[in-house]
Write a protein that binds this ligand. Structure first.
Ligand SMILES: [Mg+2]
Length: 363
């Protein structure tokens, strides 16, 4: 495979940075973005708050105990998605091959660029200048090296590592820094004496296969040596569907609240469609309950539309008809059938772009 240059770009302390842009007077003070209520968790903590041990996903009550002087703010998801669109819009204007993988991170393939590092530095500067957001960048021959580097060196990172340098640099790091090694796998590996990336590099593949199966072992051994061929997936051809979904920090049982969220997401979706001059015939909602039951409901309209009032009304109607019987952890709304039906539509791949997730079209 030809040598590639892949960058992973990750906005530092994203939600907290957006809040600081809104409230510059809070700069320098510990800042915690968290919902309210007994089960609220920390969505983001500024680096000042992290110094007190506050971290994402920690119960808000514990964060208050650790850092009572912190300013606590409720999340403002509208502002976060607006800033996200601004940042990745700038990046896309300058770099052709971008795969957004979250509200605050994206991979860029800059293999074809003549001076990739200069371009990346100038894009980071432009993002900072126009949005105030600081982007950490990891650059390497693969997504794995790029992602591991941006994560290890942030904040305000610009780290460039070859595969060999990554092998050496991360040999002493815990195995879980490898994307794909979750806490359970890490625990199982540690139980067998494989604690660090270096332990895995020196491991016998057969010993790993005993723990993870042959395919898992092969993958892990390659990952520990930072071999990764996965592509930066840029969208090819028109998307077959678009959707917007939100996982709540706290499950929501109140149907009126769910409708409010649904309407907001449907409006954003329609704005996005109208901006691209696209319209769909099928409106779909997706609801995941607190027990992970996942339900989708769809309705096909007589003609294509991107009219927010129409789409909101249908989405709310679908939600009311389903009437979630348990608290909801995830809610989504989508539009499909942008084109006249094809004889046998191929299943669309899930890919991320513009902060919206394209889901497989359901018949
Ligand atoms: Mg980030």
């Amino acid at each position: 495979m030809a040598r590639r240059v892949v960058a992973h770009c990750d906005i530092d302390a994203f939600y907290a940075s957006v809040e600081l842009r809104k409230h510059p007077e809070l700069r320098g003070r510990p800042l915690v973005v968290a919902g309210s209520g007994p089960r609220a968790v920390v969505t983001t903590a500024s680096y000042e708050a992290r110094r007190f041990g506050v971290d994402s996903a920690m119960p808000a009550a514990r964060a208050r105990a650790l850092c009572p002087q912190a300013v606590f703010l409720p999340p403002d998801f509208e502002a976060y998605s607006a800033t996200s669109r601004e940042v990745w819009g700038i990046v896309r204007d300058r770099i052709a091959r971008v795969q957004q993988v979250g509200i605050d991170e994206a991979y860029c393939d800059v293999t074809e660029v003549e001076r990739p590092l200069a371009l990346l530095r100038s894009v980071v500067a432009e993002v900072r200048e126009s949005t105030g957001m600081v982007v950490s960048v990891g650059v390497g021959p693969s997504r794995l090296v790029a992602k591991t580097s941006s994560a290890a060196f942030k904040p305000n990172a610009f780290a460039v590592l070859s595969r060999e340098q990554a092998c050496e640099h991360f040999a002493g790091s815990p195995a879980r820094i490898l994307q794909g090694v979750g806490p359970k796998t890490a625990e199982r590996l540690a139980g067998a004496g494989f604690r660090t990336v270096g332990d895995l590099q020196r491991a016998d593949e057969a010993a790993l296969a005993g723990l993870l199966g042959e395919r898992g072992a092969r993958w892990l051994w390659r990952a520990a040596h930072f071999h990764d061929d996965s592509e930066v997936a840029t969208r090819r051809g028109p998307a077959k569907s678009r959707s917007n979904e939100t996982t709540f920090n706290e499950d929501i049982a109140d149907h009126a609240e769910l409708e409010r969220v649904l309407v907001k997401m449907a409006r954003e979706l329609c704005e996005g469609l109208a901006g691209r001059d696209r319209a769909g015939r099928t409106v779909r909602i997706k609801v995941r309950l607190d027990d992970w039951t996942t339900v989708t409901r769809a309705r096909t309209l007589p003609e294509r539309t991107n009219d927010a009032d129409v789409v909101c009304a249908v989405a709310v109607d679908l939600l009311r008809a389903y009437a979630p019987p348990r608290p909801v952890r995830l809610l989504g709304v989508g539009m499909a059938a942008f084109e006249d039906p094809e004889p046998r539509p191929a299943p669309a791949r899930a890919e991320v772009g513009d902060g919206q997730l394209a889901l497989p079209v359901e018949p």
